[in-house]
Design a protein around this ligand. Structure first.
Ligand code: HEM
Length: 182
């Protein structure tokens, strides 16, 4: 994945546990690299190892860490200069949900080699209820999506957001989320 992702994981650890915490994460993860470049593509293995290292240091599950990271990513991306993308593709929370692919397509123009996830609206149930599908070439990152959606909803001052990951359907090759708010 692009270094930007690993940079955000590092910053999340630094914010909460400081430099010594980051060193511990690297040790547990058995990752030698301490700095990442935003526009360099690193093996996905490094990202998974960093998540594993964060689990070992905090005692939290990978699911919890990925949720926290998803939520942090929204703040981090906005602070790293991508705020206009949120405004452009998501004037409202619902439009933001519908335009997630466009957001990543836009990134792809600057980041050739980006392998973004794919989001599809499975069902537009009501003004404030949708079923969103998430497909990825990577494994195990669905909890990150819950954290991302939660943090995005807060940007829009959406109230009472509920995100439930639904059971997989055999006929659909995607993770499915029911998202409700008011
Ligand atoms: C402006 C904001 C955003 C930027 C700059 C951004 C950029 C990126 C980048 C660089 C990657 C790594 C992919 C790679 O290197 O191949 C990534 C992955 C990912 N993004 Fe975004 N993204 C943004 C917003 C979002 C939002 C709002 C969501 C979902 C609600 C999302 C969901 C994901 C997920 C789940 C991944 C993990 C990779 C995977 O599932 O295969 N992103 N994004």
């Amino acid at each position: 994945m692009y270094g930007l992702i690993n940079m955000a994981i590092k910053q999340l650890v630094l914010d909460n546990f400081g430099e010594s915490g980051w060193q511990k994460v690297l040790d547990e993860a058995k990752v030698k690299q301490t700095n990442f470049e935003m526009l360099t593509i690193y093996n996905d293995d490094i990202t998974y190892k960093l998540v594993g290292g964060a689990c070992a240091v905090t005692g939290k599950s990978a699911e919890e860490i990925l949720k926290l990271f998803g939520a942090y990513w929204v703040k981090y991306a906005a602070g790293a200069g991508y705020e206009p993308l949120f405004k452009l593709f998501g004037p409202t929370f619902k439009e933001c949900m519908i335009n997630l692919n466009r957001m990543h397509e836009h990134m792809g123009a600057m980041m050739p080699g980006l392998i973004p996830p794919e989001f599809n609206l499975e069902e537009d149930i009501a003004e404030s209820e949708i079923i969103l599908q998430y497909k990825s070439q990577r494994k195990g990152l669905a909890p990150m999506v819950s954290g991302l959606i939660q943090a995005l909803s807060e940007r829009y001052e959406v109230k009472n957001l509920q995100v439930n990951q639904l059971e997989r359907k055999e006929s659909i090759e995607a993770e499915r989320f029911q998202i409700k708010w008011n």
